[in-house]
Write a protein that binds this ligand. Structure first.
Ligand code: ADP
Length: 296
């Protein structure tokens, strides 16, 4: 069965300039190269879910500028359903990224149209209700995240929140989350504790996946399961978007009815496949590549 995934989140144009070194304040540096890719956690996870084999719809907002046209075209080309995509008058979300030859970066994110996505309309709620899995992140107004989780919960759609980037959450937001995906920094932000305590997270949500970078991940739930799932050993080229590859694949696998420990193992393969390549959305793996790594 093909999993129907709805992703509610951000879309940014990533403008990536590469240079020998990063400019200091007030300085101009001549760069080596420039690339422009679709980005934002929402768009990335929608593309990740699509490549992992999910029938994926993206709910989000682009601007009325040329970047909006490009973003929409790139999502469509990746196979994502953009029929509900909103166009807001003004600028699209943009991330201006500078990378030096040592891989150090400086990033300025201008949220643009993502800021205008303040609630869900009726057709958007219906799309969430018709999905097997809803996937949200925290790069858009949290009022919209809350509305999506509410619509998902009411319809029996499985709800996943990837609580990234870390933000203060309004009371009650996590009540509608079936599965929380966080890295250690985000876990600390939610629990307010120095150690990312899974037990504290399980007081808030029934199931938790903690991603641990090169150490893999950990799955825990209120039924008493607490399992470390090791990473796949690969040669690392660039860890950008590993979390997005992981989360998109996890949504698809869970929607297919796979046991969550197995789904997390498969998502680890997706994250590992992603870090083998340089880049963000362009580095997200196809299902066949995930399967090949997973099967060893
Ligand atoms: P985030 O970027 O959100 O902090 P992580 O860095 O934890 O996310 O990466 C997400 C997942 O990608 C990890 O749980 C792991 O499965 C995989 N991954 C990340 N880095 C590596 C690595 N160096 N080698 C193998 N797998 C990796």
């Amino acid at each position: 069965m093909t999993t129907r995934v709805v992703v509610v989140g951000s879309a940014n144009m990533d403008l990536v300039g590469l240079a020998e070194r990063l400019p200091r304040p007030g300085e101009t540096v001549l760069g080596d190269d420039f690339v422009m890719t679709a980005g934002g956690k929402g768009a990335n996870q929608a593309i990740a879910a699509c490549r992992a084999g999910g029938a994926t719809t993206f709910l989000g907002a682009i601007g009325s500028d040329a970047f909006g046209v490009t973003l929409s075209a790139r999502l469509t080309a990746a196979g994502v359903d953009t029929s509900h995509l909103r166009t807001a008058y003004g600028a699209s979300g943009v991330a201006v990224i500078m990378v030096d030859r040592a891989g150090e970066n400086s990033i300025l994110v201008s949220p643009g149209a993502n800021q205008t996505f303040l609630d869900l309309g009726e057709a958007e709620r219906a799309a969430v209700a018709g999905a097997d899995v809803l996937l949200c992140q925290q790069e858009i107004p949290l009022s919209t995240v809350a509305a999506a989780l509410t619509a998902g919960r009411a319809a029996g759609t499985r709800t996943i929140l990837n609580a990234a980037p870390a933000r203060d959450l309004p009371a009650g937001l996590l009540d509608r989350v079936d599965l929380l995906v966080v890295n250690e920094t985000e876990a600390r932000a939610i629990t307010g504790r120095a150690e990312p305590e899974v037990a504290a997270l399980l007081e808030l949500v029934p199931r938790v996946v903690l991603t641990l970078g090169g150490a893999g991940s950990r799955y825990a739930d209120r039924d008493g399961r607490d399992v470390r799932v090791p990473a796949f050993a690969v040669e690392v080229a660039d860890t950008t978007a590993a979390g997005d590859a992981f989360t998109g694949a996890l949504a698809v696998a869970w929607g297919e009815g796979r046991d969550l420990v197995d789904a997390v193992r498969w998502a680890n393969a997706a994250g590992a496949a992603c870090v083998r390549r340089i880049g963000a959305s362009n580095a997200l793996p196809e299902r066949a590549e995930i399967d090949a790594l997973y099967q060893g």
